[in-house]
Design a protein around this ligand. Structure first.
Ligand code: FAD
Ligand code: DHB
Length: 400
């Protein structure tokens, strides 16, 4: 495929996509493979999109979807395939054999921004239109059959006519707020803690992810490559980064991840540090007229289950099938079922993420809550049935 990117953005397309995160880019690429045109409008620069540090754990089905889309080659070369995860509590490790409990399924550790890079490269190679630094994006005529997207780019006002609009612009985007509030039911749950995450130049101290419950709070050891560690600490919501100098972050990580047998966490230069509040959020329905929401635009999960990116990919999979059925067979039933189909998975994933979060964080519930958490951890790591349920959710629930 030698097509070049168009010099000026088209004024008409089949699917107008707002947002060049994983949801918008994957949607655009999968639509292209189905012979459906799209244009992606992104508020930020390409560099920002390609360097923003976020997720890193891909479900089995997400990795396969990237392969099927022809964008999995670098992930397969550079990503780390894991067969298990570790829960650390009471001074001991308890491994969950993800593969053994799920008929050989795995997870792949590969940074979200690397997926974004791979998808942008694939769209560009195929001549796909992505407009970066699109300002003042607004959606119009969503109730009719000819929606439009207005925006400014290169100092000029532009309009994109489309058959459908995909709102893939994340939690703070404009798509969801273009829907009249009385057309949506909003489910919103806040947690009394947040995560401080770091990226550090130090080889990961463990081959597998470690989810640790400690009296000081939750900690997570993850990684990006064999040289780069990714670590998280439970902290107070609204905590400020300048209250967390690097030495304190390492002290606290060492304390929460310590094991009495002398296992040691290696430290190293911190390359990036950020705080994320934790929230569960869902809107129902995920569609209004010709606007379809996908990914964080429609739902947020707390990060403990590593599900946000995977859920975004799952929505996109459903939307592509529905749009393909429309363009190839003029069927509207899959588009009509889009929201219900997605929400069945969304709520199961919300439940899992809420459960993982509740089991591992210290939330001021007192001595009774502590004992219930420890019993839950003891049960889930000690019972094959409970471990299998965790593993099935962690590697990703099957698709219908
Ligand atoms: P986004 O990635 O938010 O992309 C939306 C895009 O839309 C952005 O590029 C944004 O600039 C653009 N945009 C916004 N507003 C506009 C506008 N008005 N006009 C045009 N463009 C706009 N998930 C996992 O599955 N596994 C993990 O391990 C994991 N870990 C995480 C760790 C952290 C610290 C965080 C913060 C999140 C984590 N997640 C994880 C969640 C995951 O990163 C998100 O769920 C994922 O980014 C959702 O993708 P998206 O494409 O829906 O939205
Ligand atoms: C990572 C993030 C998560 O939320 C999680 O549960 C596991 C790993 C990560 O960024 O590597």
């Amino acid at each position: 495929m030698n097509a070049r990117p168009p010099m000026t953005p088209p004024t008409r397309t089949q699917v107008g996509i707002v947002g060049a995160g994983p949801a918008g880019l994957l949607l655009s690429h999968l639509l292209y493979l189905e012979g459906i045109e799209s244009v992606v409008l992104e508020a930020r620069t390409r560099e920002y999109c390609e360097t923003r540090v976020r997720a890193g754990v891909l479900e089995h089905g997400t990795a396969r979807l990237l392969d099927a889309a022809g964008v999995g080659a670098r992930m397969r070369r550079e990503g780390l395939v894991h067969h298990g995860i570790v829960f650390r509590f009471g001074g001991r490790d308890h491994r969950i054999d993800l593969s053994g409990l799920t008929g050989g399924r795995t997870i792949t550790v590969y940074a979200q921004h690397e997926i974004v890079k791979d998808l942008i490269a694939a769209r560009r190679d195929a001549g796909g239109a992505i407009v970066f630094e699109a300002e003042n994006v607004s959606l119009h005529h969503l109730d009719g059959s000819a929606p439009t997207i207005r925006y400014r780019a290169g100092g000029e006002a532009r309009e994109l006519a489309c058959d459908f609009v995909a709102g893939c612009d994340g939690f703070h985007g404009i798509s969801r707020s273009s829907i009249p509030p009385d057309a949506l039911t909003v489910y919103d749950h806040h947690y009394p803690f947040a995560w401080l995450g770091i990226l550090a130049r130090v080889p990961p101290a463990s081959e597998e992810l470690i989810y640790a419950r400690h009296d000081h709070g939750f900690a997570l050891l993850s990684m990006r490559t064999r040289e780069i560690s990714r670590l998280y600490l439970q902290c107070d919501p609204g905590a400020e980064l300048d209250r967390w100098p690097d030495h304190l972050v390492w002290d606290e990580l060492r304390c929460r991840l310590e094991r009495p047998d002398g296992w040691a966490l290696r430290d190293g230069p911190i390359l990036q540090k950020g705080i994320t509040d934790m929230r569960s959020f869902v809107v129902d329905p995920m569609r209004h007229g010709r606007l379809f929401l996908a990914g964080d635009a429609a739902h947020i999960v707390p990060p403990t289950g590593a599900k946000g990116l995977n859920l975004a990919a799952a929505d996109v999979r459903v939307l592509v099938q529905a749009l393909a059925a429309f363009y190839k067979e003029r069927r509207t039933d899959l588009l009509d079922g889009y929201s219900d189909t997605c929400l069945r998975r969304v709520w199961k994933v919300q439940r899992f993420s809420w459960w993982m979060t509740s089991m591992l964080h210290r939330g001021g519930g007192g001595a009774f809550a502590d004992q219930i958490q420890l019993a839950e951890l003891d049960y889930v790591t000690g019972s094959r049935a409970a471990s299998a349920a965790l593993a099935e959710n962690y590697v990703g629930l099957p698709f219908d």
